[in-house]
Design a protein around this ligand. Sequence first.
Ligand SMILES: Nc1nc2c(ncn2[C@@H]2O[C@H](COP(=O)(O)OP(=O)(O)O)[C@@H](O)[C@H]2O)c(=O)[nH]1
Ligand SMILES: [Mg+2]
Length: 459
Amino acid sequence: MPETVLTPAIRDQIDRLGRADIMVGIPSFRNAATIGHVVRAAQAGLVQYFPDLRPVLVNADAGSADGTQRVVAETEPPDYVERILLVRPTNRLERVALTYPEVDGVGGKGAALRTIFEMAAALDVKALVVVDSDLRSIVPEWIELLAGPILKGGYDYVAPLYSRYKYDGTITNTVTYPLTRALYGHRIRQPIGGDFGVSGDLVRHYLELGDWSPDISKFGIDIWMTTSALTGGFAVCQARLGAKVHDPKDPGSDLGPMFRQVVGTILRLAVANADRWLAIHGSHDVPAYGFERYSDPPPLEVNTIRLLTEFHTGSLALAETWAEMLTPPTLATVMELAGEAGALAEAAERAGEADAGPSMSTERMADALAAFHFPDDLWARVVYDLIVTAALAPAQIERNVAALVPIYFGRVGSFVIENRKVTTDEAEERVERQAREYELLKPYLVDRWNAAVADRAGG
Ligand SMILES: Nc1nc2c(ncn2[C@@H]2O[C@H](COP(=O)(O)OP(=O)(O)O)[C@@H](O)[C@H]2O)c(=O)[nH]1
Ligand SMILES: [Mg+2]
């Protein structure tokens, strides 16, 4: 058995609780303003949909100074839920808020989930549902949608399906969805959605893997969970949750560290699991559970000029690193595009300054950028080159992924420019188009892998 890392206080909680059938786990870091709603929705879902099971709700918090744990402890208790829903559950819902221990000095979402997995295993739960603490759009039914396929359908892993605003989920749309699909053959649309259902068996598998690198202890956790479910041969499905509305993030200013942790993790996993993906061609649909919904997630502002400017300045500072991680033809095209991005961003800035009214200038700036286009196949080649480089120079993964960020900004800037006048559905078709491009180019990856990596390993 893997060694346990739980603090005495957490072990006391486990002793007090004894056993449970279903757990909702909520990682948090300064979410006092939003976690109350998530707790109430999760409680209501447990009581309404699983009245005969022994339920527990666990908040694993980073020790946030904003009172996150207090909100969890003080928000309306379970009997409030029983009153408003007119249900009489067999078992009382238990609620725990605790500070999780760090993993070798590293705290983060993954470390929080490790504690949640340890508790779920110790309590012997059959289904664990994990949800984010900044969700606005969660409703009680999410608990049924994420746990139902496990308890009723025999699945081990339930990934979310949401409608998201066209500029939300950029790491998912550009890397984790198309790459998971092309490598492992499963079309899991939201492999890092943050809201998941996990069976007791899969929780134990995660603990046995015990794979707690610094990236996985932070935001690498979601792609690690999804990939480990696939490579471990577990039964995977998706659940239609409707809209994902949460704290918004601008990809240009908020997502750099998360990108490095997620992409560093997916590259390391690709290298470690080559024997599982080399022979896979094409991809197949993953069953989806739940009734289809239509909803319009709220729009999100993206600073496109900043994305293109960062792409260009990246090309000035990082050309040498790019030359080490990309093939010469890919590098040449990327450098050329970065030059165009810089020139267009500057022109757009000037167009904006020349204008009087702010809304007018946004429009003119956008028109000035309209010529920029970062092609799908180029982006797929960039990511595939990174996989090969990760295998050849594992010590450089962190550096290379950091150097990839400005190229990613260029790719996202292009996506935003291309999609600024289309509906979310039409933007979705472009995400699909790019995912097909990854599949079409998979032979490029396999050939490079066999030439550079497999040969080296063999001789
Ligand atoms: N315990 C813990 N939770 C974290 C940490 N960072 C993020 N989270 C939680 O992880 C979830 C997802 O984080 P969020 O910033 O919303 O990321 P995104 O929605 O995936 O872009 C939220 O519930 C956060 O509170 C951390 O350092 N520790
Ligand atoms: Mg969020």
